[in-house]
Design a protein. Structure first.
Length: 383
């Protein structure tokens, strides 16, 4: 197939989970023999169009240059749809997107909507209350995207409107299990970080927004300050020494360097705090990229006791769990892992096997491919 993948607000290559997702899906579909044209946001010094990672990337811009106005890329997207002669459109959902959906509708091409964030409003949403005051135009706009789509893919049915769930396929996200692997471990990195020899290095990677729970991990680390065999490394956020515990903040790290960074640690932590984000009242819909990458590198994972995280890294098989927000329980789990090298090895080996079998980008792209092929087949039948 020829596929136009519309993710106009994402910068590729980039540091965010969204940019990694778009890159891996474009690369993965291309590796399965499809001609993939990915529409992403323009960036300084990058070519407007270039072959990259097996796919072809088209970098677009609109005015004003803010993702709120992403819908204004519609004309460019429609031109690309015609020029590439795409058989189907895959669009990454955004509240103010829809440019791929509308272009596909006008050109009578099937579109699959990739829903990674809620289309529905969460209980108590201020945005929903304001929208209701003016007749709910935002809700109608979002729901129109779902109605126009031939199919949707999502990790969680509850974030999709009820009327669209029958045509929604639930999919898993994943990790690049070729790049992220135990063999990428670099002992010299640990010395650069200041980790003592033979210490258990605990890593957190990702955004430092409140709902990612960095504050919970830092509080747990302070509880363990008396232990000189534990060292904490944080990727993302500010750069500098840790305060009140043994460790270091590495700041932003180029994504291409992350496999070595993750593999050089011993334990991965994803201390999410759902109470800090209202949208998570709908359910945990995030793609836990950090967990997949920890597992791919053979690290045991410590995260919150909440589905679907408890299905990805199973308790006492690939990881350990704690009650959301409980730095005391998190500290206890980390102390247990530091005390038991055999447990770390067992959990880490199982984690690697599980993510390769069930949560790789290859598995995800096979799921997406099946939905796209069905949409094209059904579209041809209707024509």
């Amino acid at each position: 197939m020829r596929i136009l993948y519309v993710a106009s607000d994402q910068v590729v290559p980039g540091h965010t989970g969204g940019s990694v997702h778009v890159l891996e899906v474009a690369r993965g579909l291309a590796s399965r023999g499809h001609e993939v044209h990915a529409v992403v946001h323009a960036q300084p010094k990058a070519p407007a169009e270039e072959p990259y990672a097996g796919a072809f990337f088209h970098r677009v811009r609109w005015t004003p240059d803010h993702r709120f106005f992403r819908f204004r890329a519609a004309g460019v997207v429609e031109s690309l749809l015609e020029r590439t002669r795409a058989d189907a459109v895959l669009e990454r959902y955004y509240n103010f997107g829809g440019e791929g959906v509308r272009a596909a509708s006008r050109r009578n091409r099937p579109v699959v909507l990739e829903v990674n964030s809620p289309v529905v409003d969460h209980p108590g949403s201020t945005k929903a209350a304001l929208d209701a005051l003016v007749g709910r135009p935002l809700r109608r706009y979002r729901e129109d995207m779902c109605r126009r789509a031939a199919a949707l893919i999502s990790p969680l049915a509850e974030i999709v409107p009820a009327f669209a769930r029958d045509k929604t396929t639930l999919v898993t996200w994943g990790a690049n299990v070729l790049a992220f692997a135990p063999e990428r471990r670099v002992p010299a990195l640990r010395a650069e970080w200041g980790a003592p020899p033979q210490s258990t290095v605990v890593i957190f990677s990702g955004s430092h927004r409140p709902w990612h729970g960095v504050h919970v991990l830092e509080a747990a680390a302070r509880r363990l300050v008396a232990r000189d065999d534990l060292y904490f490394v944080f990727v993302g956020g500010e750069r500098g020494p840790a305060r009140g515990f043994r460790g270091r903040h590495l700041g932003r790290v180029p994504y291409e360097s992350m496999p070595e960074v993750v593999a050089s640690a011993d334990v991965g932590v994803a201390p999410y705090d759902p109470s800090r984000l209202g949208q998570l009242r709908l359910g945990f819909y995030w793609s836990p990229l950090k967990i997949f990458e920890y597992m791919a590198c053979g690290l045991p994972t410590v995260t919150i006791r909440l589905a679907p995280l408890t299905e990805i890294a199973r308790d006492e098989q690939e990881g350990l769990f704690f009650t959301p927000g409980s730095d005391e329980e998190l500290a206890s789990a980390l102390a247990r892992l530091a005390d038991d090298a055999a447990l770390r090895t067992r959990l880490g080996q199982s984690a690697r096997e599980r993510v390769v079998a069930r949560y790789s980008w290859a598995v995800h792209c096979a799921q997406v491919e099946a939905v796209l092929e069905r949409a094209v087949r059904e579209g041809a039948t209707r024509a």
